[in-house]
Design a protein around this ligand. Structure first.
Ligand SMILES: Cc1ncc(COP(=O)(O)O)c(C=O)c1O
Length: 408
């Protein structure tokens, strides 16, 4: 018999969202009359807007024509890669540095394969679970320690005390730093000075940053950077992942991209000892365990990035930001301290001294609203609840009304 992969055995508890779904199912079974509303999982709810949808439809139609048919394209359609470079990076990157993916989460998993089991990891705490759990699966996280946390991971607490930006002195030398801005779950957005200090720390400590910009299209404050490459020299130390999921409603369509600049180097490359290229290795991974994103999704992505498509992205993200404002206002009226929700679709609400899962259960019990317990995102998430702005407006309004009647 084959034995179980020991790295799977190293995973702690269930993945956060299946656990929430289980608790919701159990509550629904014992309260069949309850109309449960979810402000929990960050899944999109609104329709794909017409112009972008037309791009998808047209992409499918073209596959039935001799001139429009295409097969495998491991790294993605050249036209889409060019468009991404011009729309998001002012043409700073060549198309051989932009790789189309089937989503940011999938690319994070493949990046974890790229860097392998031997790499040290630093993560914001709390963080999007895939950074830690994916590292556990590749063996990079090491074993669970009795004090809490994995041996191979350095946790960088992001708390109210440090305004949700970590102390960079904690970052070890030569590690992979996962950094997400706008942040899931805290909703915090790093400003230019903060990102510049992150890039400086990465260069000084010979680290590589995996910068997750999946929520960049929710940034409305023009002073906040939408990509790490707005920071000087970031192209020498950062890989950026991004996604069409939230801005275009492509959570089910599956499309994203990663920027792997040629200037990002492995240790030893200055002395010529290591002649290997991160960019070339990434290209090899794409060809080995990924056969590229759907060409229909890519046609939709191209439509999303033309003038009309970008207006639709703005419209859709404005809608979710409108939800976020409603939720945040409702919580603030209750005297609950929150951050996020202005340049991000997540609101991070503080319940000092309380256990997150207990608050989660109380909100579900009394308001029939599903949220996400902050502790599920890491130790520093204890005492917080994440509210997601992804929902139909009528549901969000009703949930806010129920929250207003509730005294915490
Ligand atoms: C921070 C962050 N990165 C990546 C993803 C996944 O994006 P995708 O749908 O492109 O895989 C999510 C989804 O919730 C996310 O919150």
């Amino acid at each position: 018999m084959i034995t179980r992969n020991p790295y799977i055995a190293n995973l702690k508890a269930g993945y956060l969202f299946p656990e929430i779904a289980k608790r919701r199912r159990e509550f629904a079974a014992s309260h069949p009359e309850a109309k449960i509303i979810s402000l929990g999982v960050g899944n999109t709810t609104e329709l794909i807007l017409p112009h972008i949808n037309e791009g998808l439809t047209e992409g499918a139609r073209r596959l039935g024509t001799a001139e429009g048919y295409s097969g495998y394209q491991d790294e993605g359609m050249a036209a889409l890669r060019e468009k991404i470079s011009s729309v998001f990076y002012k043409g700073k990157f060549g198309i051989d540095e932009i790789f189309i993916s089937d989503g940011a989460k999938c690319d994070i998993g493949r990046l974890q394969i790229l860097f392998g089991a031997g790499v040290k990891i630093a993560v914001q705490d709390p963080s999007y679970p895939v950074y830690v759990d994916g590292s556990v699966l590749t063996g990079a996280a090491g074993g669970w320690e009795s004090g809490g946390g994995y041996a191979g991971i350095t946790y960088l607490p992001c708390t109210a005390e440090n305004n949700f930006f970590p102390n960079l002195d904690l970052i070890p030398r030569s590690c992979l730093i996962y950094f997400c801005s706008p942040n899931n779950p805290t909703g915090a957005v790093a400003d230019r000075a903060q990102l510049a200090s992150l890039v400086k720390a990465a260069i000084d400590k010979q680290c590589i940053i995996i910068f997750d910009a999946a929520y960049s299209e929710f940034i409305r404050d023009s002073l906040l950077p939408k990509t790490i490459y707005e920071i000087d020299k970031a192209e020498t130390c950062a890989i950026e992942v991004n996604s069409f999921s939230k801005p275009a409603g492509f959570t089910g369509v599956r499309l994203g991209w990663s920027v792997v600049p040629k200037a990002v180097k492995y240790a030893g490359s200055e002395s010529g000892e290591a002649a290997f290229s991160v960019n070339a290795d990434w290209s090899r991974i794409a060809g080995t365990i990924f056969n590229g994103a759907s060409n229909i999704a890519q046609a939709g992505g191209l439509a999303a990035l033309d003038e009309t498509g970008l207006k639709e992205i703005r419209e859709l993200t404005d809608f979710y930001l409108g939800n976020a404002k409603l939720i945040r206002d409702a919580l603030v009226k209750l005297g609950i301290k929150c951050i996020g929700g202005d340049n991000s679709p997540y609101i991070w609400a503080h319940f000092p001294g309380r256990d997150s899962w207990e608050v989660f259960a109380e909100i579900l019990e009394k308001c029939h609203v599903v949220t996400t317990p902050g502790a599920g995102f890491g130790p520093a998430g204890q005492g917080f609840i994440r509210f997601s702005a992804f929902g139909h407006r009528a549901d969000v309004e009703e949930a806010c009304g129920r929250l207003r009647n509730f005294v915490f």
